[in-house]
Design a protein around this ligand. Structure first.
Ligand SMILES: [Zn+2]
Length: 260
C-alpha cells in the first residue's frame, strides 16, 4: 500500500513537471504570435520607440519581455506572476549580454498589494508607461462566486466545482491605471474551452457577454483603442458593432488610458 502511494506520488510529480515543460516550450512560439499584434499597442504619439520606457507584464511568461527587450530596448521590464516559470531567473541573468533593457521577474500576485509595493520600491518605479496583460485578465476575477445555485444555498461546495467567480472591471482598471499610463489587454476567449486555475480563475475564459459588459463600462469611463481585429477607437458610436465583432473573432487586443 505504502509503495503504491509512493508510485502515485512520483507519477503526479512527473505529470506536474511535464506540464511545466510543456507550458514553457509553448510560450516561445505563442509569444511570437501574441507580440505580432501587441507591438502595435506600444505605438504612441511619440512613435514606436520604447527607449526610456518602463513596462509591467502581469501574468508574465518571461518570454515576451525577452523578445520585447531584444527588439525595442525599453529601459526596464518587470514581470510578475503567481507561480513564475522557472526559466525566469535564467532569462533575467543571461539576457544581460544581449540587451540594455533590465529584466526582473517576481513570483507575485497583482492582488498582493504589500508584496507588489515592495517590488516597486525596490525597482524605484511609481508608475509604468505600459502595463501588459496578455491572456491574463480573465484570471483577475474577484473571489466572489456568482453561481446562482451556490448563491441560493448560501455556500459553495468544498472543491469549488462549478464555482464561477465574478469579473469586476471597475475596481481592476482603477487599480491598473494607478500603476500604469496605458493598459494593454490581449485576450483569447472561447465559450467551449476552459482555463480553470486554482485561484481566482474560476469561470475560466470570458464569455462574450462578460466582455461586452466590461467594454461598455470601460468605454464610458476611459479612452479605448482597439488593435485587433482592427484599429479603431471604441466610443458610443461604435458600441453597437462590438456584439458582431465578438461573435466573429476569438482574440482581441485593445488598450485603455485615462481620458486627457
Ligand atoms: Zn460557488
Amino acid at each position: 500500500m505504502c509503495e503504491d502511494n509512493d508510485v502515485v506520488q512520483r507519477l503526479l510529480e512527473c505529470e506536474k513537471n511535464l506540464e511545466e515543460c510543456n507550458n514553457e516550450s509553448k510560450s516561445w512560439v505563442d509569444s511570437l504570435r501574441e507580440l505580432s499584434v501587441i507591438k502595435n499597442a506600444f505605438v504612441t504619439q511619440e512613435g514606436d520607440r520604447l527607449e526610456g520606457k518602463t513596462i509591467l507584464d502581469i501574468g508574465t511568461d518571461c518570454v515576451k519581455p525577452l523578445y520585447i527587450a531584444l527588439k525595442f530596448e525599453p529601459d526596464k521590464i518587470i514581470g510578475i506572476n503567481e507561480g513564475l516559470l522557472s526559466i525566469g531567473s535564467d532569462i533575467e541573468t543571461q539576457s544581460k549580454l544581449l540587451t540594455k533593457t533590465k529584466l526582473s521577474f517576481y513570483d507575485c500576485s497583482f492582488f498582493d498589494e504589500v508584496s507588489f509595493r515592495k517590488i516597486l520600491e525596490k525597482e524605484g518605479i511609481d508608475e509604468f508607461d505600459f502595463i501588459l496583460l496578455s491572456k491574463t485578465v480573465h484570471h483577475l476575477r474577484t473571489g466572489k462566486c456568482v453561481n446562482e445555485e451556490h448563491k441560493k444555498n448560501g455556500k459553495c461546495p468544498e472543491d469549488e466545482k462549478c464555482c464561477k467567480y465574478a469579473f469586476e472591471p471597475e475596481m481592476l482598471f482603477e487599480k491598473l491605471l494607478r500603476f500604469g499610463k496605458r493598459i494593454i489587454i490581449y485576450e483569447f476567449f472561447d465559450p467551449n474551452d476552459t482555463d480553470d486555475d486554482k485561484i481566482r480563475g474560476r469561470g475560466g475564459y470570458f464569455t462574450t457577454r462578460e466582455l461586452k459588459e466590461a467594454l461598455v463600462y470601460l468605454s464610458e469611463k476611459y479612452r479605448i483603442r482597439f488593435i485587433r481585429p482592427q484599429e479603431f477607437s471604441l466610443d458610443k458610436t461604435r458600441l453597437n458593432d462590438v456584439d458582431l465583432m465578438l461573435r466573429e473573432v476569438d482574440t482581441i487586443c485593445f488598450y485603455v488610458e485615462e481620458r486627457g
